[in-house]
Design a protein around this ligand. Structure first.
Ligand code: FMN
Length: 367
């Protein structure tokens, strides 16, 4: 409440209402908090909620809770300790590309406040994979699992996409708890074509080969590789993507990225709705749930899914888990609801899990 009534209006109106500046200042503040142990501890005290019933084990990794920060918020990994202190169970950094790049010209981030939505065409603005690797090599060690999202540099031709992803993967191999292969951002020309069977086959095959090479060289295990898909794929196209994932032993799916669709936005200034880029937030909820349900059904619930898209309340989170997601991520909900939502969702999930566990144990006693 404090966030919506007081902090959000200040954040939204400062810096002349420029959405990206508000984002940059907030991230800057969180980066400072991340570097000061006492401040991060104070943040943890105020926000984080932990409970044993929230713990998840997946890909051989322990997640303290299933709610993660989605890719794009902290592309260069500057505020990991603060995300942990706010109560997130994991964070996905990136999307990073092999070459550092400035992204698209500004303005490139727009608020559709009446729908709790955003349109962005950031275009993978990031400091590059090597810079992220250098940052992650410095102590302190991240207190929560860190996924790293990999994308293609704008400079790199689509036919050379594998080289770009592979170079980033190699340089970051030691630092990612898992890697997300992002072929679904709408803001890098041609990127979504990598979701086609032929391109995807080459990309996933090449990255898994690199995964084996790097893990063998270290005498360790390959890293979990997940694929992030667009909500705009047809159901048939998703089924095909799942086949290619199975052929290459992909460990999980992240569903979904932002959408090019502009349906379900009544009352929005047509000029605003017509801004090019990806739509996120509440209008994405229905399609995100549909895609997660479809993937869970097609894979008989055997492929772990990170459900993302339009989650902003505990009910949204429960619905996404019910649809078949194992882990959750949020981005736009955090902008509109504020950091208190992380604890609110986790409290509700813990209560829900605890209730289920009681039922389970009573069921087994009775049998
Ligand atoms: C400003 C902005 C930047 C984003 N950047 C990325 C990105 O770099 N990589 C990525 O995989 N997804 C990116 N996303 C998509 C989110 O990770 C998420 O999939 C999407 O916003 C749907 O979730 P939400 O409705 O909770 O925001 C971005 C989203 C926003 C709003």
């Amino acid at each position: 409440m404090l966030y919506q009534r007081l902090l959000r209006p200040i954040l939204f109106s400062l810096w002349h209402g420029d959405a990206e500046q508000a984002h940059e200042r907030t991230l800057g503040l969180l980066a400072i908090l991340s570097r000061r142990r006492a401040l991060a501890d104070a943040l943890r005290h105020a926000y984080a909620y932990s409970h044993p019933a929230l713990e998840r084990r997946l890909f051989g990794i322990r997640f303290p809770n299933p709610l993660g920060l989605a890719a794009g918020m902290d592309k260069d990994g500057v505020a990991i300790a603060a995300w942990a202190a706010l109560g997130f169970g994991f964070v996905e950094l990136g999307t990073v590309t092999w070459y550092a790049q400035p992204g698209n010209p500004r303005p490139r981030l727009f608020r559709l406040s009446q729908h709790q939505a955003l349109i962005n065409r950031m275009g993978f603005n990031n400091a590059g994979a090597a810079a992220l690797a250098a940052r992650l090599a410095e102590p302190p060690f991240p207190p929560i699992p860190v996924g790293i999202s990999l994308g293609k540099s704008r400079l790199t031709a689509l036919e050379k996409a594998l080289d770009d992803y592979r170079a980033s993967f190699r340089s970051l191999f030691d630092y990612g708890s898992y890697f997300a292969i992002n072929v679904s951002s709408p803001n890098t020309p041609g990127l979504r074509e990598l979701q086609d069977r032929e391109h995807l086959d080459a990309l996933l095959g090449g990255l898994q080969a690199e995964n084996r090479t790097q893990s063998r060289a270290r005498g360790g295990k390959p890293r979990p590789l997940l694929l992030k898909i667009a909500p705009d794929l047809s159901d048939d196209a998703i089924t095909e993507v799942l086949q290619v994932c199975a052929e290459h032993a992909i460990d999980g799916l992240i569903a979904v990225n932002t959408s090019l669709s502009r349906t379900g936005l009544p009352g929005v200034d047509p000029a605003l709705a017509a801004q090019s880029g990806g739509l996120s937030g509440k209008p994405l909820t229905t399609r995100a749930l549909e895609v997660v349900r479809l993937v869970a059904r097609e894979t008989q619930g055997r492929l772990p899914i990170i459900g993302v898209g339009g989650i902003s309340t505990p009910d949204d989170a429960l619905r996404m888990l019910d649809a078949g997601a194992t882990l959750l991520q949020i981005y736009t909900g955090l902008v509109y609801e504020g950091p208190g939502m992380v604890g609110r969702i986790n409290r509700r999930l813990a209560a829900h899990n605890a209730a289920f566990r009681i039922q389970d144990s009573e069921f087994s006693k009775g049998n």
